[in-house]
Design a protein around this ligand. Sequence first.
Ligand code: HH2
Length: 282
Amino acid sequence: MTISQIWKTTRFDLDLAERPLVMGIVNVTPDSFSDGGQHDDAIRAIDFCERLLDEGVDILDIGGESTRPGAPRLAVDEEWRRLEPVLRAAVNFGVPVSVDTCKTEVMRRALDLGVDIINDVQALRDEGASALLAAHGTAGICLMHMRGQPAGMQQLTDYGDVVAEVAVFLRERLDHLLSLGVAADRVTLDPGYGFAKTVEQNLELQRRQRELLALGRPLLIGWSRKSTLGAVTGKAVDERVAASVGAAVAAVSLGARVVRVHDVAATVDALKVWQAFGGLQA
Ligand code: HH2
C-alpha cells in the first residue's frame, strides 16, 4: 500500500519520505520516568530545547504531565503553568513544535500560541478534543494507542491479538477524525510502546509493526529509555541510550517515519548512517 508521506502541520509540511524525522522530548515535569526534574523550570527547559536544536532535532515535543505508569493527573492550570513559557519560546525556534497533552483545554491554549502538532497519548478521547482539532483546520496530530489512564494502565494488558487490537483502535480513532472533516495527511499513528502492554506485547507489536502500515498513515514511535528496553538489556533507565538508539533504528527499518527520543544527538547520527546505507529496504 502507498502511504502519503507528507505530515501536514500548522506551519510546516513535513516530508517523511525523504528521511525519518527525530522528535526530541522536552519534559517540563518533576516526575517523568527518565528525565523528571532535569528541566522542570522554564529557563532550563528552553535551554534544553536550544541544545536539541544544536543536536539536529526535527520536531520539539514539549510535555508538562508525566504519563509514566502510575502517574497522577494534573489540573489544567498546573499543566499550563509548566508549558506556557516553554511553548511561547519554542514557537520562535524555526522547527515544528508539538505539545504532548491529553487535555482539550491545554490543546486549545497551545494552539492559540501557534504550536504545530498535538501529540495525544489518549488519541483525542478527552471531551471536545477531536472537535477542537477539526475546527482548527491545520494542526498536525499524533494518535497513540493506550488503554485506561497511566495510573492503572499496566493492569489493562489482557489482549487476544495485541497487534490486531491496536490496529482496530487506531483505525477507529482515525476514522472518527476523518468523519469530522480532518484531512488524513494531518495525522500520524503510534502503537504506544509501553502503554498498557507487557514486555512481550511491546516486542510482538514491534516485530509485526509493518502490519500497522496498512492503516495508511505514517507511524510515529516512542521507545526511548522505556522499561521493555531495560528488560531486554538488563540496564537501568539512565543506561539505556544504546538500547534506545538501536530501537529507533530497528523501528525505522520496520517502517516507522518519526522517532520520539530523549537522546537526540546519538539518534540523529545513527539515522544518518542508516539513511546513507540505503534507508528503508523492500
Ligand atoms: N511516550 C511517552 C510520552 N508521550 N507520545 C507518543 N506519541 N508516543 C510515546 O511512546 C510516548 C508519548 C512516555 O515517555 P516520556 O515522555 O519520556 O515519559 P513521561 O511520560 O514519564 O514524561
